[in-house]
Design a binder for this molecule. Structure first.
Ligand code: UDP
Length: 240
């Protein structure tokens, strides 16, 4: 007998810039609310099991902090704490939109989030809760992109969705160069070797490549986009 087919399960990576909206810094609750509505509709329409890894670049980045004289590792922990700020904001706003959600972190902040426990995260997903993972990998010198690919593998997600404000990966910045060409697909090798192509940092890309986990880069706020990606339609740029 064939085992029952499980619901689609995806890992969505939200960078700090998704939380800032049009602001330079911090969290724009209105913008996050739009995003939560899009996710609520998507879950309703597709039954997808959703894990979200959040970045923190809208508040703090270790590399920039290090330039101001604070030790790099300390700056990175500051950055990881920034991801926790975004994570708990997202859980709050998701729940206001009728989506049951839990925050888990790899960095210990017990007063605001559960510790990351793989089997517990899977149980939440099976119960239809969104799992928001903050605190990065818990280790300095890497980014939330690596945390996203690593969680995507651990939680057996079908793909990693990298939300951006443009509708995929271009050969040049499409805001500055109107003639820029969009890629519908890319190989991991192209992403690793072409310095003009920016999807995620190389550590994250290598991890995805070694373990055959596809990454789709797309514009989350174009209405219906995430639903189409989950249904396997060609949206944005697929790296595989
Ligand atoms: N960070 C880290 N380890 C991790 C994830 C994040 O040290 O596993 C720190 C790092 O300093 C980074 C900051 O947290 O600059 C914010 O995360 P990231 O830059 O990945 O956020 P995003 O670019 O996705 O907004």
């Amino acid at each position: 007998m064939q085992p029952p087919k499980r619901q689609p399960r995806v890992l969505l990576k939200l960078s700090g810039e998704q939380f800032a909206g049009d602001r330079e810094y911090g969290v724009d609750p209105e913008f996050v609310n739009r995003l939560a509505q899009e996710l609520a509709e998507t879950i309703e329409a597709t039954g997808v099991q959703l894990t979200i890894v959040v970045g923190g670049g809208n508040i703090m980045r270790g590399a920039s902090v290090a330039k101001s004289g604070i030790e790099r590792a300390t700056g990175d922990y500051m950055g990881m704490l920034a991801t926790v700020i975004n994570g708990i904001a997202l859980v709050d706003i998701l729940e206001q939109n009728g989506v049951s959600a839990r925050a888990q972190t790899r960095l210990r902040v017990d007063s605001v989030a559960e510790p990351y426990i793989r089997r517990r995260a899977i149980r939440h997903l099976e119960k239809g809760r969104v799992v928001v993972i903050a605190g990065g990998t818990g280790n300095p010198y890497v980014t939330s992109d690596t945390a996203a690919v690593s969680a995507g593998l651990e939680l057996e997600c079908d793909m990693v969705l990298k939300a951006t404000k443009v509708d995929g990966v271009y050969d040049k910045d499409p805001h500055k160069h109107p003639e820029a060409k969009k890629f519908s697909t890319l190989s991991f090798n192209q992403v690793l070797t072409d310095p003009h192509i920016k999807v995620m940092d190389n550590a994250a890309i290598s991890l995805a490549m070694d373990n055959h986990l596809p990454i789709v880069v797309f514009d989350l706020l174009t209405h219906g986009n995430i639903r189409r990606v989950i249904k396997g339609e060609a949206v944005g740029t697929k790296v595989e």
